[in-house]
Design a protein around this ligand. Structure first.
Ligand SMILES: [Fe+2]
Length: 189
């Protein structure tokens, strides 16, 4: 299959964004421990791995010119379901930690869901499959790269710092209680 110059460029862009995330797409699966995309929140890292594997499956169909409309539709539906689950988890963590950028982050999640549903409706209508899939894949890798490398890592850093502060406060309270107890015992004897 001969690709138009525009699609060749989009394919190159997708590869370079994946490369920027240090994802070795040729291996087929993503190493959960990849430093570049790691947030150190295990469930978030696992979700990202699963979501990116779906995106890479679309990319591999494009790269090998083996596009299948039914398979593409089922991948898109999986992405919608998994993304909802993932966003709900992130939003709960942000809410519990009183993350100051929660509204901005939630807004980005909502926009993503809306756009992904638009892509699904578009697929249900008549589309030129290769052009459609490459546009979808480029948008997905751009979105995940920005979401994971910037927004999620920033959020994860805040959550970690907040947790460290909470541990420090709890440690301080513990020390005070032990001191009071020791004073109490000392006075009794
Ligand atoms: Fe995320």
């Amino acid at each position: 299959m001969t690709l138009s110059a525009e699609n060749q460029n989009k394919l190159k862009d997708i590869k370079s964004i994946l490369y920027g995330m240090e994802i070795d797409y040729e291996r087929g699966n993503i190493d959960h421990g990849l430093d570049k995309i790691k947030t150190d929140i295990p469930l978030i890292d696992l979700h990202h791995q699963e979501l990116l594997e779906l995106v890479i499956t679309i990319f591999k169909m494009l790269d090998s010119s083996k596009l299948n409309e039914n398979k593409l539709k089922s991948l898109l539906e999986d992405l919608i379901v998994y993304s909802l689950e993932h966003f709900a988890y992130e939003e709960k963590l942000m809410q519990d930690a009183e993350y100051p950028d929660i509204n901005k982050h939630k807004h980005q999640h909502n926009n993503f869901n809306l756009k992904l549903n638009c892509f699904l409706s578009e697929l249900n209508a008549k589309v030129e499959l290769y052009d459609y899939a490459i546009r979808l894949n480029l948008w997905l890798v751009e979105w995940y790269s920005s979401e994971i490398l910037h927004n999620d890592r920033k959020m994860a850093l805040f959550l970690k710092r907040k947790r460290i502060k909470l541990y420090a406060v709890a440690g301080g309270i513990g020390i005070c209680l032990v001191a009071i107890l020791l004073i109490f015992i000392y006075r009794k004897t």
